[in-house]
Design a protein around this ligand. Structure first.
Ligand SMILES: Nc1ncnc2c1ncn2[C@@H]1O[C@H](COP(=O)(O)OP(=O)(O)OP(=O)(O)O)[C@@H](O)[C@H]1O
Length: 454
């Protein structure tokens, strides 16, 4: 079907549904394409898609087929670039027309916009985020609900929002018929308070319970806000009862969110809780390389000297937002002054960022913490003894020194009683392998990392 044909068809629909309905529901529809007998239309919001689907889909299908276009089904999906129309003014609020009433409801449930850059394609996967990524991918397939809710948690700027948006984009593409609602916990509270104030609690409940996939970002925000928590709890239960997928993000594990009611905590812990770990050197480097590829389009011809990305990955903190900000600044600066991005330019341009993110953890501190943890003496970690009960903690300490400090392998070796850098490399590799096969080691390393970074 062509756009022109859709234009003619809309005129026929106008006659059938009347001007009011037409302006509110039909006109904003944008014909996207016809594929395998499904006519796909872009709509500005999920709510609109749902409403049109329930009320006008049969009519549209009928009109399409009688005009000679063979279509088995129509589907509506939310596209990022379809403008949201302002709600038509309700002239007589006491007796709103059905269309106007629905539009007002639709405004009350406006989903937060999705960031077009936050897709699975642009998400770089590494050890620290691979589990979270895999879980997000699974949910985005929209198959039967196997874990509910999916809780993604982790520190600032580690990609929680990015993953949630990626799930939403994917679901919209794969299952346009699903009503996917993404919003922050703050927006949830805002809508709730607004519904209370405007005495529209029934609408609020009905609308939240009508979604197929609910995604609430930064749930820690509702901690300590009693009535919002209560409403969230009921919404949550109602959706889980209907087997609707819920995806939640938080800045820490549900059990550790202060002032979050126990019943909410325990509900959140019922599904799959996955942790986005702080980025490690390899992931940071991977992210930088990917971003550089993206920047090349905007800054053609700009060169980066060898070693600059490695330097940034080593020196800038675990927060990906800070890493991205640094790179953006570097590119903008280099293109302004028309120079290659070399070490000198990097140091000049990012002096403040580099100072702020200087790592505070020292190799000595790591050695102390590790010896305390394994209950051995500091001298045994540094000393020459090869006993397994010393060698393994020593390797753990070397591994942590590599991950958490900017020291090179030879520098680390020197601090471990003058060992060679190949010994350190071997130790680091050994722990990397053991982390995958030995749950106890993985837990030890994680505990130590947390106490060191606290
Ligand atoms: N693995 C990754 N690959 C590519 N980009 C990433 C990755 N992780 C994070 N980012 C980018 O880092 C920035 C911050 O990520 P995001 O907003 O998702 O963090 P967050 O965990 O939600 O943080 P906050 O708690 O501050 O909301 C975004 O621009 C995101 O695209």
């Amino acid at each position: 079907m062509t756009q022109e044909k859709w234009g003619q068809l809309r005129q026929r629909l106008l006659k059938t549904v009347g001007q009011n309905n037409y302006t509110t529901w039909i006109e904003p529809l944008e014909f996207a394409h016809l594929q395998d007998g499904v006519a796909i239309f872009n709509v500005p919001t999920n709510f609109m898609g749902n409403y049109v689907s329930q009320n006008f889909a049969d009519l549209i299908l009928y009109e399409l087929n009688t005009s000679g276009t063979k279509v088995q089904r129509v589907a509506f999906r939310v596209a990022a670039n379809v403008p949201v129309r302002p709600a038509p003014r309700v002239v007589a609020p006491e007796t709103p027309t059905p269309a106007a009433e629905s539009t007002a409801r639709h405004d009350a449930l406006q989903a937060a916009p999705l960031d077009a850059r936050f897709t699975f394609d642009s998400f770089v996967v590494g050890k620290p985020n691979e589990l979270a990524h895999a879980a997000a991918r699974r949910v985005s397939e929209g198959g039967p609900v196997t874990f509910n809710p999916l809780v993604l948690y982790g520190g600032v700027g580690l990609g929680k929002t990015h993953l949630m948006h990626a799930i939403a984009w994917d679901l919209r593409a794969r299952k346009p018929e699903l009503n996917v609602l993404y919003l922050s916990a703050e927006q949830f509270m805002y809508r709730f308070v607004q519904a209370l104030r405007e005495r529209k609690m029934m609408d609020f409940k009905e609308l939240f319970r009508s979604v197929d996939v609910l995604m609430v970002d930064d749930v820690q925000f509702i901690a300590g806000k009693d009535s919002t928590q209560e409403e969230f709890f009921h919404t949550f239960n109602a959706l889980v009862d209907q087997n609707k997928q819920i995806i939640i993000s938080a800045d820490r594990a549900p059990g550790e969110i202060k002032d979050l009611e126990d019943r909410v905590k325990s509900r959140l812990q019922c599904g799959l809780v996955v942790d986005l770990h702080p980025t490690d050197y390899e992931l940071r480097l991977g992210i930088l390389q990917t971003k550089v590829q993206q920047y090349r389009d905007s800054y053609p011809g700009l060169e980066i000297a060898n070693g600059v990305l490695e330097f940034l990955a080593q020196r800038i903190s675990t927060n990906v937002r800070v890493l991205e900000g640094a790179l953006t600044r570097l590119f903008a600066f280099a293109s302004l002054v028309g120079r290659e991005i070399d070490m000198e330019l990097t140091q000049d341009c990012l002096a403040d960022v580099l100072r702020a993110s200087e790592r505070k953890i020292t190799v000595e501190e790591i050695q102390r913490k590790v010896s305390d943890y394994y209950n051995i003496r500091l001298s045994d970690i540094i000393g020459p003894k090869r006993l397994r009960s010393y060698a393994r903690p020593r390797q753990v300490a070397m591994y942590l020194a590599k991950q958490l400090t900017s020291r090179s392998l030879p520098e680390i070796g020197r601090r471990f009683g003058g060992r060679d850098h190949t010994t350190v490399m071997h130790g680091v590799k050994r722990i990397e392998e053991l982390k995958l096969t030995d749950g106890q080691i993985a837990e030890d390393v994680e505990m130590l990392r947390r106490t060191l970074e606290a």
